[in-house]
Design a protein around this ligand. Structure first.
Ligand code: LER
Ligand code: MN
Length: 271
C-alpha cells in the first residue's frame, strides 16, 4: 500500500477535512520530507494549477499524483449529478470530465464524492440513482481513455442519501455494469455507516480502488479511537495495493497530521 496526503486549494472548502491548504509548493515540500509517495489534490478546477506546473512540482519533489477530487464542482458551483435540473446535471458531468482529463495524464483517477448529490425536490431515489449510474457509465469511458479508474465514494448520511456503505456502492456499480469504476473507502464515512468496517472491507474489497485513511473523529489515524488492526488485516486479506490517503482535519495542524499519518502508515503496513 502507498501513502498520500491531501492538499486543498479551494478557498470555499476552508474548515474541511484536508491536511494541507492553499500553498501547493509548501505542501509538496512537506510531503516529500515526511516520505509520502503522493499527494491527492482538491483544486477549484483544472486551470488554477496548470498541468505543466503541477508536473514540475511533483517531479521536483519525487511525488506522484494519487487522485484528484471533484468536490469543488459542488462547493463552489453547486453542481450535482442528480440535480432535478438537466442543465446542472450536464454541467456537473462536464466539470468531472475536465478533472478526469486533468488527472488522467498523471495516472491519477478523479473522485466523485459530493458531486453525487442527493435525492429530494420531487426526485425519487431510484431516479437519482439512475442519473448517477448513467453519469458513471459515460465518465468511465473518459477515464478508460487514460487507463485510469474512476473513483466513486459512498458518503455518510449527513452528506448523501444515495449510497452510504460499500455494499450500496457495489450494488450501484453492478447496476451500471461498469468495470473501471472503483469505490473509495473513506474510513470516516464507513465508521458512521457500517456495522463493522473490517467486515465491509473483507466483503467488498475487490471493488475498493482508493482509501481515505483517517480515524473516527476525522483526525489522523491514531488521533482518534478506532482499532486499525482488524481494518488493516482486512485490507491486506483482500490484496488492496492502492493508496492510503490522509483526508483528515489539520488538527492540531497540517504538519502534525501528516507526520502522524505517515507514522501510522508505516506501523500498520509493516505489521
Ligand atoms: C467528503 O466528506 C469527502 O469525504 C470527500 O472525499 C468527498 O469529496
Ligand atoms: Mn473522503
Amino acid at each position: 500500500m502507498k501513502s498520500a496526503v491531501t492538499v486543498s486549494l479551494v478557498e470555499a472548502a476552508h474548515g474541511g477535512p484536508f491536511v494541507f491548504w492553499d500553498d501547493l509548493p509548501a505542501a509538496c515540500a512537506s510531503a516529500e520530507r515526511l516520505g509520502f509517495d503522493a499527494i491527492e489534490l482538491f483544486a477549484p478546477d483544472p486551470l488554477t494549477v496548470p498541468a505543466a506546473t503541477l508536473k514540475n512540482l511533483i517531479d521536483d519533489h519525487n511525488l506522484s499524483l494519487a487522485a484528484v477530487g471533484t468536490g469543488a464542482g459542488w462547493v463552489v458551483r453547486k453542481l450535482s449529478l442528480t440535480s432535478p435540473d438537466s442543465k446542472i446535471r450536464q454541467e456537473a458531468r462536464d466539470f468531472i470530465r475536465s478533472m478526469i482529463e486533468y488527472g488522467g495524464p498523471f495516472g491519477a483517477p478523479a473522485i466523485i464524492g459530493s458531486m453525487q448529490g442527493r435525492w429530494s425536490d420531487g426526485v425519487s431515489r431510484e431516479q437519482a440513482l439512475r442519473w448517477l449510474g448513467e453519469a458513471l457509465i459515460d465518465l468511465e469511458q473518459t477515464a478508460k481513455g487514460f487507463g485510469v479508474p474512476l473513483i466513486y465514494e459512498p458518503l455518510n448520511r449527513y452528506e448523501t442519501n444515495l449510497c452510504r456503505t460499500l455494499g450500496e456502492g457495489v450494488d450501484l456499480l453492478r447496476s451500471t455494469g461498469c468495470s473501471q469504476v472503483k469505490l473509495l473507502a473513506d474510513l470516516f464515512h464507513l465508521f458512521i455507516e457500517e456495522a463493522n468496517v473490517a467486515d465491509a472491507v473483507r466483503a467488498h474489497g475487490a471493488a475498493v480502488g482508493h482509501v481515505h485513511f483517517v480515524d473516527t473523529n476525522r483526525r489522523a489515524v491514531g488521533f482518534g479511537h478506532a482499532d486499525f488492526g482488524p481494518i488493516m488485516r482486512a485490507l491486506k486479506e483482500v490484496g488492496y495495493s492502492g493508496y492510503l490517503s490522509a483526508e483528515a482535519f489539520p488538527l492540531p495542524d497540517g504538519e502534525a497530521t501528516a507526520a502522524q499519518t505517515i507514522r501510522a502508515v508505516r506501523y500498520w503496513t509493516q505489521q
